[in-house]
Design a protein around this ligand. Structure first.
Ligand SMILES: [Fe+2]
Length: 357
């Protein structure tokens, strides 16, 4: 029984630290990490939980091997490396500091190496079980270091151009609480003040010193890919979104009304199709009312940061169905958000965006 606990407790501790670490990574993994400049050798995201699950098991068994033989001398070193492992998650993801993360992971490398050296002379099996962990940590140190060095360069570029960034957060044509109760001030504060702003800041940082600096936001969206496309397109998408809503309920201008009836059969048909598409879009994305080069209207769902201009369509109006757009007010009830959102659409702005008005 003692032997069972000697193995069980360290394995449990290792997994507890792992789960706690991944819990605090939460928002950063969605809002910050995907937009960092990363090494071309970064494995796909799915590799991380798989690798950590195996490694935590191995390091738990390693400590168990020591404890089962009654050798508790190395326990402090084992706990130290576990604490440094957790601290790395806090520094890198919670504080979003690749520099502090790098310091932590370097200290972790030393602690793990010391553990291997210490156990090698006592229980070689315990040392060998730590070797895959050491190798993975060396690779993770490289990935962290790459992120620190490459994003550091971009940050100094921002510091140099901070006084005159190319794109700025548009001023909202309404107060932050004006859309309540359909959209709360808290949602506006986060969605407009943090998410939208981050996309614009990232775009400015990424274009600094590149040919993209001479382009309009639309041109960048048309011509970029990867991290820059994600941030520039999200900047454009949110601009259309926040400019396209209003606390003053608007009727659809007659010219646009006729076109909607012509292309969708009736306003009710259009509303139903738009609501159904926005409710049914799987995952994160947008649903658009767009027009083609002949002025024909269509409803276009797009994934992630995609925008109609990448499909040779002109966007007139949109709804953001990323969870950050509605979760504070509607939790998981996206359908309710979409239905209420229809009352916020500024149809004058939609018509103004049309090339056929
Ligand atoms: Fe959004």
């Amino acid at each position: 029984m003692k032997k069972f606990f000697a193995y069980f407790i360290p394995i449990l501790l290792a997994y507890a630290v792992g789960f706690l670490g991944s819990y605090i990574q939460g928002e950063a993994l969605v809002e910050w990490y995907p937009f960092l400049v990363k090494s071309p050798y970064s494995p796909p995201a799915i590799a991380f939980p798989i690798a950590w699950s195996i490694l935590y098991l191995l390091i738990g068994i390693s400590a168990g091997t020591m404890l089962a033989k009654g050798d508790v001398s190395v326990l402090r070193l084992w706990i130290l490396q576990l604490l440094l492992n957790f601290l790395w998650s806090v520094m890198f993801f919670a504080l979003r500091s690749p520099f502090l993360g790098l310091l932590c992971i370097l200290a972790l490398d030393v602690a793990v190496f010391a553990y291997i050296v210490y156990t090698a002379g006592r229980r070689p099996a315990a040392a060998w079980l730590f070797v895959p962990y050491m190798l993975w940590l060396i690779f993770a140190t490289y990935l962290n270091g790459y992120i620190y060095i490459n994003n550091q360069k971009s940050r100094s570029a921002v510091a140099m151009t901070i006084s005159s960034p190319k794109f700025s957060l548009p001023i909202l044509p309404y107060s932050a609480d004006a859309l309540e109760p359909i959209m709360s001030k808290e949602t506006i504060d986060y969605h407009y003040g943090k998410h939208f702003k981050t996309y614009i800041d990232n775009t400015n940082r990424l274009i600094a010193g590149t040919p993209y600096e001479a382009m309009t936001l639309e041109e960048i969206v048309e011509n970029s890919d990867g991290v820059l496309f994600n941030n520039a397109a999200q900047s454009l998408n949110h601009q259309i979104y926040f400019e396209g809503i209003t606390p003053v309920q608007k009727v659809i201008p007659e010219r646009l009304r006729k076109r909607i009836i012509h292309d969708f059969g009736s306003i009710d048909n259009f509303n139903k199709q738009f609501i159904d598409t926005a409710t049914g879009l799987f995952g994160s994305g947008w649903v658009w009312l767009a027009e083609d080069s002949n002025g024909k209207l269509s409803i276009l769902p797009t994934k992630d940061a995609d925008n109609p201009i990448r499909h040779e369509l002109n966007p007139l109006m949109c709804i953001d169905v990323w969870e950050h757009a509605y979760y504070l007010d509607y939790k998981n009830r996206r359908a309710d958000f979409v239905k209420e959102y229809m009352n916020l659409i500024d149809w004058d702005k939609a018509l103004a965006r049309s090339k056929y008005n």
